[in-house]
Design a protein around this ligand. Structure first.
Ligand code: ADP
Length: 266
């Protein structure tokens, strides 16, 4: 059996991308897409050439988080063109292909895999310093496809997002084991929504039991790096809902400091 032509084509396409980073989470709603978006904005701000690929086929939220709702992708001779937020920040999402953003995408596995393959093979990113891949929550067949297709192109590693609750941490353990099993390096774990810092008096209140510290301990137990925590800040949700770059707008907030530390550490 000869080499898989799809994998060859993907490896070829990815040869102009220096670093490929997967963003994973055990559960939905923990802030994975928010982190992917803020990370992409932050890297682009440092003058890197950045691509953000949203392969969360059933819940593509990236277009909204980047203020790109209603945009469409264009075809050219060299493949699909990403939608650009800035000259150095391109975005590709299945959300651009849905006529109604509230359309639930209920596709069979084979069709999802086909789309993932097309995304990795046919998007004309040009030269990129970073490709940030926002994946669906959990460890599904789609993750296996992504890893399988990207492996020969070389994945730098995965950042895993969690919240402090034990239920979320349990799923993160599965995520870590998945990465270890398929041979994707883990850049580290981020604890999001880690307490609430009152914008008026700066007092920190823990919201979820077992409170801060659970993720640190889990990282220690499983021998992975803890990248840092990001507190809840209602302004994060508001800025993201409106597709704005939160960290730029609130440079001195605790959540921005959290994002910055995590990005530096990873
Ligand atoms: P996921 O991609 O894991 O499903 P999202 O990134 O869509 O999660 O985040 C879920 C919701 O939580 C969004 O409304 C988002 O704005 C909000 N959110 C994420 N992180 C924070 C934070 N640190 N502070 C406040 N709201 C947040």
């Amino acid at each position: 059996k000869g080499p898989d032509p799809d994998i060859e084509a993907i490896t070829n396409r990815m040869s102009t991308v220096k670093h490929k980073i997967l963003v994973l989470s055990g559960k939905g709603g923990v802030g994975k897409s928010t982190f992917s978006a803020q990370l992409s904005f932050a890297l682009a701000k440092k003058d890197s050439q950045v691509g953000l690929m949203d392969v969360d086929i059933c819940g593509p939220s990236i277009p909204r988080l980047l203020g790109l709702e209603g945009q469409e992708i264009h075809h050219s001779n060299t493949g699909w063109s990403p939608v650009y937020v800035e000259d150095n920040l391109g975005v590709m999402s299945v959300g651009f292909m849905l006529s109604d953003p509230s359309d639930a995408v209920i596709w069979r596995g084979a069709k999802k895999n086909g789309l993932i393959k097309q995304f990795l093979r046919d998007v004309d990113w040009g030269d990129l310093d970073y490709l940030v891949v926002d994946t669906p929550p959990g460890t599904s067949d789609e993750h296996l496809s992504i890893v399988q297709y990207l492996k020969s192109a070389g994945v730098d590693g995965a950042v895993i997002i969690t919240t402090p609750q034990e239920v979320a941490l349990m799923d993160v353990r599965k995520e870590i084991n998945f990465c270890k099993k398929v041979g994707v390096p883990i850049l580290g774990v981020v604890e999001n929504m880690s307490g609430f810092v009152c914008p008026k008096c700066s007092t920190k209140t823990d919201i979820f039991p077992p409170t801060t510290g659970g993720a640190v301990k889990m990282c220690h137990d499983m021998d992975v790096k803890f990248l840092g925590s990001i507190p809840l800040d209602p302004r994060v949700a508001r800025a993201c809902d409106e597709g704005r770059f939160y960290m730029d707008e609130f440079p001195d907030s605790e959540a921005t400091k959290g994002f910055q530390k995590v990005i530096e550490e990873s």
